[in-house]
Write a protein that binds this ligand. Structure first.
Ligand code: NAD
Length: 294
């Protein structure tokens, strides 16, 4: 196994400059982690306020490291300099690897990926941080699907070690090797998985959310379910986790999972996630989801 992994790594191309599209919950964390570990990264969004939020979150995390004596103020300034905010594709010709982290919507993602493919060099690797959407489906928008794969981080990016590298049917070995090597350079633990709805982790997690939604529909108090799951040993219960993930992201992802695994997800109709989504209660990001946040 070890020999195979090394052979794989030899095909990896250097990532000197990365880019992340979308400065939301995930994009901000990815930019922080890349810059912290020494790979400069462009942080692109279409909204200035999103960029400011992403940068604010990164500086907060870096300041915490300084407070704990884990880095000097000078190192903090260096890491912050490594995050290059932008609203345009101006510098994308120099980018070696892009992580798309915009909203969980296949139409938006395909449009964004097709646009960025026209802005980067022919050898640049494009990846998607999608939670559930098929990599092969997204690849249909691309001229060079061999340069494309999934790179799925977990929330919060700075704390969660796992990264799923999703191999589409046309992803080249060099694309997978480069993405695996970049994930390692970011201090993460990559695993290579094949393409299917939800990949590995969400394929397990979403039927659990479906079970939670069924209990809520039967009238069980969601706070009670959270308390029980915490006592069971989980770091947080499903309602709180959904607020952390984002109700909109969970809503879109659940639709993909329900189409992919109707037998496991169940045909529940409208549930708690839909009600919150329609009310604009998107979880921690909007100050209110299942719970209220100050
Ligand atoms: P989010 O809503 O917090 O952020 C999305 C950002 O994308 C917003 O800032 C928005 O302005 C920006 N955006 C929209 N269109 C854009 C465009 N054309 N170009 C650049 N930016 C654009 O969402 P998020 O939670 O960060 O999720 C992003 C992706 O990561 C989704 O695919 C989601 O499924 C996936 N993901 C989310 C989690 C999670 O726990 N939230 C975990 C793993 C993966």
């Amino acid at each position: 196994l070890k020999r195979k992994a090394r052979g794989h790594e030899r095909q990896a191309r250097p990532v000197r400059l990365a880019a992340v599209l979308g400065s939301g919950i995930m994009g901000g964390g990815i930019a922080y982690q890349s810059a912290l570990k020494g790979t400069p990264i462009l942080l692109k969004d279409i909204r200035e306020e999103a960029i400011q939020l992403g940068l604010g979150e990164a500086s907060k995390l870096l300041a915490q490291r300084v407070d704990k004596g884990r880095m000097t103020p000078l190192q903090m300034a260096g890491a912050l300099n490594g995050i290059r905010p932008t609203l345009s594709y101006g510098d994308f010709a120099q980018v070696d690897l892009v992580i798309e982290a915009v909203v969980e919507n296949p139409t938006v993602k395909q449009a964004v990926l097709a646009e960025v493919e026209g802005r980067v060099g022919a050898d640049a690797i494009l990846t998607t941080n999608t939670s559930t959407i098929s990599v092969d489906l997204l690849a249909q928008a691309l001229q060079r699907p061999e340069n494309f794969c999934g790179m799925h981080f977990f929330n919060p990016v700075h704390r969660m070690p796992l990264v799923e590298v999703i191999r589409g049917s046309r992803s080249s070995a060099a694309t997978i090797a480069t993405t695996v090597a970049y994930a390692r350079a970011m201090g993460k633990t990559p695993i290579v998985v094949n393409d299917c709805p939800g990949f590995l982790v969400n394929r397990v997690l979403f039927p659990y959310f479906a079970g939670f939604a069924r209990l809520v529909a039967c009238g069980v108090d969601f706070q009670r379910i959270d308390r029980v799951m915490e006592r069971f040993g989980w770091p947080m219960g499903p309602a709180y986790l959904l607020d952390v993930v984002g109700i909109d992201t969970a809503h879109h992802a659940r639709a993909v999972m329900a189409a992919g695994y109707p037998e496991r997800m169940g045909a529940d109709g409208r549930g708690a996630i839909d009600v919150l989504f329609e009310a604009g209660r998107l979880g921690q990001k909007s100050g209110r989801g299942f719970y209220r946040y100050e």
